[in-house]
Design a protein around this ligand. Structure first.
Ligand SMILES: [Zn+2]
Length: 70
């Protein structure tokens, strides 16, 4: 078991993926990923063992740089 298999964390950057599907305090709530277009290149970078297990975070899903200063 490795840390990269944590279903609450983005497999690409390790940040919280903010997925409501893994958050027991928000049952039935739609995840942001249902309405956000996921960059296909980002999906290709997901390790095979994490596909269908850990969600991307919103930034990686849209190919944005992590934690860009505002
Ligand atoms: Zn990420």
């Amino acid at each position: 078991m490795s840390a990269s298999s944590d279903p609450t964390r983005c497999p690409l950057c390790g940040q919280s993926n903010q997925c409501t599907q893994t958050d027991s305090s928000r049952p039935g709530e739609e995840c942001w990923c249902f309405t956000t277009e996921i960059d296909p290149a980002a999906l290709e970078r997901v390790p095979p063992q994490d596909i269908d297990r850990a969600c991307l975070c919103p930034r990686c899903a849209q190919a944005l740089p992590p934690d860009a200063p505002s």
